[in-house]
Design a binder for this molecule. Structure first.
Ligand code: SF4
Length: 567
C-alpha cells in the first residue's frame, strides 16, 4: 500500500525547528533581554522542547493593561520523572524550588511529572539548573518529542512492577533527544562549535510532527490511561513473570471545537512482543510517526490521525521494513480500573506504601489543609522513595515496618484526608491546571472542580451513591491534558463558568465519552446529572458502571472509535 500522505507546505513550526540549530534558536538572547519578562516568539516555541512554557497571569491582565504594562509573563516548568519515581532528596529539592522561584505550589501532573508555575524569566535558568543538580531534568518534558514515559504506579508492589518501571526508564533514555543545546543553554555546558552540524540520530532536525506520549500499564490497573497515549504498552504477566507487552498505538485526547476533522481517540492494541524488544519496538513506532505524521496541519499531526489515514496494514509493513519488527497476535488482558489504591499497601518484600490523595494534583498549603508541608516533613525522615501517579496523587513508597508509625504520625498531625471519608467520585477526579496561567483555558478546572464535586456529592448522597466509584474529569479546553474524554463524567471549558458535558466513557479507560449537553453552567450541569444519577441508583444492574448504564438506558450513544466521537 502506498503512503497516502499528501504533499502540502510544512507548518510554520516545522520551519522554526529546521532553523533552530537543534533547538538552540535565540533562547540565550531572549533570556538575557532585560526589556521584557517574555521570550521572542520563535523561542517561545523552542523552550517547550526544553521543558518550559511561557505563560501569563490572566487574573492580572486587565489591571496591567490599565497600567500600560506588558502582561505578567512567567514560566511553567515541567520536570520529567520517568515512571514517576523520585527520591526523598529530590522531593525536598522540588519543594524548595517551588517555594523559592515558583508560586509556592507544586503541581503533580497527569503524566507523573512535577510542574512549577509562576517562575519569572530572571529565575528560569537557575531553576532549571537546580532541577538538574537534583538529578532530574526538564528536557523533552514538552515539545514535539517523546514526553515523560509513564508507568503504573508503585513499582515496589511486586517484582513485575519494578521490572516494568525499569523498562519505562529504558524507553525514556532511548527516546530522549541528544542535542547538546539543553546543556549549553541551561547548564552552561560547552558550546559545540557550529551546533547546527550536530546530529540528532533518532529525530533529525525536525523532531516529531507533534508531541508523542508513551505509557505502560500493568493490568488489571490502567492507572496510566495507557490507551490515551500515542504509544502504549500493556504488560503481559504469565505465571507471575513479565513475558512481554501488547503494544498500543494511536491514542490521544485533544480535539478542536468546531473542527470535526479532529477527535479524541482510544488506541488500537496492535500486537504482542517479548519484553527484550521494548526499546526496538518503541523506536520503530516513533520512526513510523516521525516519517509519516502530518507536518502541514498540526491539528492533524498526532499518531492517531496517521493511523486512521494510513491504516494498520501499512503500519505493520513499515515497522517491518524500517526496523525489522514483526508483532505477534495480542495476548489476553483485562483492566478493572483507572484509579489508584489509596492508603497503605504492603508489598511482597515486606515494605509499606501509602498513597496520598492530592485533589487536582495541586500541593498547596491553604485553608488549614497543609498537604504540601506534610509531605515535605515526611520527606525529611523518609528513607524510601515517592512515586507520582498518573492520577495526580503521590505514593510514599518503600516505608519500612519500623518507620510506618512515624509516617502515620505526620499524616495525622497534618490531618491528611483519610480517603475513606471522601466520596469515590472525588477520589476518581482529575483536573488540569487551566486558569490563571494556561493561555488556552476557556474556563476554570483545577480551582473549580472541587466545588462542583461537592455539589454532585449531594446528589450522590441523596441516591446513596457516595461509595460508588464514578470517574469525573474537568479541563479548561479540549486539549485534554486531564484526559476528560475517558471520564464517565467529562467536563470541558467553553467560556468562564460554562462547560460541555460528556457522558458514556467506560470506567477502565477503553471507551470514549460523547457530548451530552453543550454550553452548560453549574446549575444546568447539576440539573442534567440529577435524573441520571437517580435512575442509576434505582435501576443499575449489579456492578454496572455509570458510563455503561447511560449507554444501556439510551441517554447517550456509545463511542466505539475516535471518528464516531462527533456522531
Ligand atoms: Fe490548558 Fe487546555 Fe491543557 Fe487545561 S487542557 S492545561 S486548559 S491546554
Amino acid at each position: 500500500m502506498a503512503d497516502k500522505k499528501e504533499i502540502l507546505a510544512p507548518s510554520p513550526i516545522e520551519k522554526i525547528k529546521d532553523e533552530s540549530a537543534y533547538l538552540r534558536g535565540t533562547i540565550t538572547e531572549s533570556l538575557n533581554d532585560p526589556l521584557t519578562g517574555g521570550m521572542r516568539a520563535v523561542d517561545q516555541v523552542l523552550i517547550k522542547f526544553h521543558g518550559t512554557y511561557q505563560q501569563q497571569d490572566r487574573d492580572l491582565d486587565d489591571e496591567r493593561k490599565k497600567q500600560k504594562l506588558e502582561p505578567l509573563y512567567s514560566f511553567l516548568i515541567r520536570v520529567r520523572v520517568p515512571a514517576g519515581v523520585t527520591t526523598a532528596a529530590q522531593w525536598l529539592a522540588m519543594d524548595d524550588l517551588s517555594e523559592q522561584y515558583g508560586d509556592k505550589t507544586l503541581k503533580l501532573t497527569t503524566r507523573q511529572a512535577f510542574q512549577f508555575h509562576g517562575v519569572l524569566k530572571r529565575n528560569l535558568k537557575r531553576t532549571i539548573k537546580e532541577i538538574n543538580d537534583s538529578l532530574l531534568d526538564t528536557i523533552a518534558a514538552c515539545g514535539d518529542v517523546n514526553r515523560n514515559v509513564m508507568c503504573s504506579a508503585n513499582p515496589f508492589e511486586s517484582p513485575v512492577h519494578a521490572e516494568v518501571a525499569e523498562d519505562a526508564r529504558k524507553i525514556s533514555a532511548h527516546l530522549t533527544p541528544s542535542t547538546n543545546a539543553y546543556h549549553e543553554i541551561w547548564l552552561d555546558g560547552k558550546l559545540i562549535e557550529g551546533g547546527e552540524k550536530e546530529e540528532e540520530p533518532l529525530y533529525g532536525k525536525l523532531y516529531m510532527p507533534r508531541k508523542f506520549k508513551t505509557a505502560i500499564a500493568i493490568p488489571p490497573r490502567n492507572d496510566t490511561d495507557v490507551l490515551s497515549n500515542d504509544l502504549g504498552f500493556i504488560a503481559i504477566v504469565e505465571n507471575g513473570k513479565l513475558t512481554g507487552y501488547n503494544v498500543t498505538i494511536g491514542g490521544g485526547m485533544a480535539y478542536t471545537f468546531g473542527n470535526n476533522e479532529t477527535y479524541p481517540r482510544v488506541a488500537d492494541v496492535v500486537g504482542y512482543f517479548p519484553k527484550e524488544q521494548i526499546e526496538a519496538v518503541s523506536e520503530a513506532i516513533l520512526i513510523f510517526q516521525r516519517d509519516h505524521g502530518n507536518r502541514s496541519e498540526r491539528k492533524n499531526a498526532r499518531l492517531k490521525y496517521t493511523v486512521d489515514r494510513l491504516g494498520l496494514e501499512f503500519f505493520y509493513a513499515e515497522i517491518k521494513r524500517t526496523n525489522g519488527i514483526v508483532l505477534a497476535p495480542n495476548k489476553a488482558y483485562s483492566f478493572e480500573t483507572m484509579g489508584d489504591k489509596y492508603g497503605w499497601l504492603k508489598s511482597a518484600d515486606g515494605l509499606w506504601h501509602y498513597t496520598v490523595f492530592v485533589e487536582g494534583g495541586k500541593l498547596i498549603d491553604r485553608n488549614g489543609y497543609l498537604a504540601k508541608m506534610a509531605i515535605r516533613e515526611i520527606a525529611t525522615i523518609h528513607k524510601g522513595t515517592f512515586i507520582l501517579t498518573g492520577n495526580q496523587n503521590v505514593v510514599i513508597a518503600q516505608v519500612e515496618e519500623g518507620e510506618k508509625s512515624k509516617v502515620e504520625a505526620i499524616l495525622k498531625k497534618y490531618k491528611i484526608i483519610d480517603t475513606a471519608k471522601i466520596s469515590l467520585l472525588r477520589q476518581n477526579s482529575i483536573a488540569c491546571a487551566a486558569l490563571p496561567y494556561c493561555g488556552l483555558a476557556f474556563a476554570e478546572a483545577e480551582r473549580y472542580l472541587p466545588t462542583l464535586v461537592s455539589k454532585i456529592d449531594q446528589l450522590l448522597e441523596a441516591n446513596d451513591l457516595l461509595q460508588t466509584p464514578i470517574s469525573i474529569r474537568m479541563t479548561g479546553c479540549p486539549n485534554g491534558c486531564g484526559r476528560p474524554f475517558l471520564a464517565e463524567i467529562g467536563l470541558v471549558g467553553r467560556a468562564p463558568g460554562v462547560y460541555n458535558l460528556y457522558l458514556g466513557a467506560s470506567f477502565v479507560g477503553d471507551r470514549l465519552n460523547k457530548l451530552y449537553k453543550e454550553m452548560v453552567n453549574e446549575e444546568q450541569i447539576l440539573e442534567a446529572l440529577a435524573p441520571l444519577l437517580e435512575d442509576y441508583a434505582k435501576n443499575r444492574t449489579t456492578e454496572e458502571r455509570f458510563g455503561d448504564f447511560v449507554i444501556r438506558k439510551g441517554y447517550i450513544k456509545a463511542t466505539l472509535a475516535g471518528k464516531e466521537f462527533h456522531n
